[in-house]
Design a protein around this ligand. Structure first.
Ligand SMILES: C[S@@+](CC[C@H](N)C(=O)[O-])C[C@H]1O[C@@H](n2cnc3c(N)ncnc32)[C@H](O)[C@@H]1O
Ligand SMILES: C[S@@+](CC[C@H](N)C(=O)[O-])C[C@H]1O[C@@H](n2cnc3c(N)ncnc32)[C@H](O)[C@@H]1O
Ligand code: SF4
Length: 375
């Protein structure tokens, strides 16, 4: 089984923290929709002849697409690929796009997992982030989505925002968990070079939240989510009733996926491919039947690194037996030596041959994982 990721590189306006590839030149959607189909025909064999179990519309802002455009893309994929009946079709949307009509259009088109980018529940934070919606629209979008028939609803939040107080964060979580959704993604704010947030941080006009408060917000997030019956299944992801994101879980468990659109990346177990992040270049390449991606064939060490970097982010962790079967006893012995002091410091725990982060370890997982990688 494999997944398809479709990058919709358009946004109605740019948020000041975001460095995902997008352009506000939304007039290019008709050309883009043709180009995506040309690229899919050309690259469909990258993920082998696997059946497709997930389709993911990310971006950028997929909810820039109108109903007909979305229907055209989905019709094309149903014709071009073997898609299983129960495929998960995820669509990311911004609250200000989610009118009742549009929600019904998405539902009719076959979207069965809707991810809504709420980000924050204080208008002063939404304003500083340059979000187009306000708190009221955010809350209404989740309730309207449920009324339109969406069960598998996910919401995105960002914590560690400048001046986000502990009380504000607690109130955000209290309001959020009174809404009808079953999956939560909550990300700690990252300052990406090239974004206004990063520039203001360097200039000193924006003050980064101190680490202690960020860690406290992460702890409050985990405790509150678990109190409301959500399972913490990946560092930034929580699910009720085991409604994990099937598509994103395929990233963390090494499944194949074909990424389409500018900046989209793909993986098939032996190599990674990624499209350049440039809309005009992408469109011209598809129109002239030229490739527009780079490829890296993975060495054995890189496959091992890929394996630990993805799986250790999840509650499933990594299995000693699996490391031995896939990478051999030598790699396993070296790994066991490396991991010893993290076990001693209780940053990683080992149960029946399975390694996972402890809560303490989760906070510094990036540093630990970079030390465990084979260079
Ligand atoms: C492609 S983005 C946005 C999807 C959609 N366009 C929206 O704005 O809601 C997916 C998610 O990444 C998260 N994100 C984007 N930039 C981030 C940053 N700099 N730090 C932390 N999370 C970020 C946000 O929670 C966002 O919902
Ligand atoms: C940050 S995650 C948010 C997941 C969402 N909260 C959910 O649970 O469905 C999604 C974003 O990651 C990026 N992304 C995901 N898969 C990608 C791929 N294969 N290639 C490029 N970007 C990708 C896109 O910007 C996409 O909007
Ligand atoms: S957060 Fe979403 S709407 Fe904002 S710039 Fe990024 S992709 Fe566009």
């Amino acid at each position: 089984m494999a997944g398809i990721y479709i990058h919709i590189p358009f946004c109605r306006q740019k948020c000041y923290y975001c460095d995902f590839y997008k352009t506000v030149n939304t007039g290019q959607t008709p050309r883009f929709i043709k180009a995506i189909q040309q690229e899919a025909r050309k690259r469909k064999d990258y993920a082998g002849s696997e059946k497709i179990e997930t389709i993911y519309f990310g971006g950028g802002t997929p909810s820039v697409l109108n109903g007909n455009e979305l229907a055209e893309i989905l019709q094309f994929f149903r014709k071009e690929f073997e898609i299983v009946k129960e495929a998960e079709v995820t669509f990311e949307a911004n609250p200000d796009d989610l009118t009742v009509n549009y929600l019904e259009t998405l539902y009719q088109a076959g979207v069965n997992r809707l991810s809504i980018g709420l980000q924050a529940l204080q208008n002063e934070h939404l304003k500083r982030m340059n979000r187009r919606h306000d708190v009221q629209q955010a809350i209404a979008s989740v309730n309207d989505a449920q009324k339109a028939g969406f069960q598998n609803l996910s919401v995105d939040l960002i914590y560690g925002l400048p001046e986000l107080t502990i009380n504000q964060w607690k109130s955000t979580l209290k309001q959020i968990f009174s809404l009808p959704f079953l999956h939560l993604s909550a990300y700690h704010l990252t300052y990406h070079q090239g974004t206004p947030f990063y520039t203001w941080l360097k200039k000193g006009t924006l003050k980064e939240l101190d680490e202690k408060e960020s860690v406290e917000q992460f702890e409050i997030l985990i405790e509150t989510a678990e109190r409301y019956g959500f399972e913490h299944y990946e560092i930034s992801n929580f699910a009720k009733n085991h409604l994990y994101s099937k598509h994103n879980t395929s990233y963390w468990t090494g499944k194949k996926y074909l990424g389409l659109g500018p900046s989209a990346h793909s993986f098939n177990g032996n190599s990674r491919q990624w499209n350049m992040a440039h809309l005009e270049g992408y469109l011209k390449a598809q129109e002239n039947n030229l490739p527009f991606f780079e490829e890296e064939v993975l060495s054995e060490n890189e496959k091992f690194n890929e394996y630990i970097l993805t799986r250790m982010r999840t509650k499933w962790g990594i299995q000693e037996q699996e490391i031995r079967n896939i990478f051999g006893s030598q790699v396993l012995n070296a790994f066991q030596k490396e991991i010893e002091n993290y076990l001693q410091m209780e940053l990683i725990k080992k149960e029946n041959g399975n390694f996972t982060f402890t809560r303490k370890g989760l906070f510094i997982s990036d540093d630990i994982l970079s030390n465990l990688m084979i260079i």
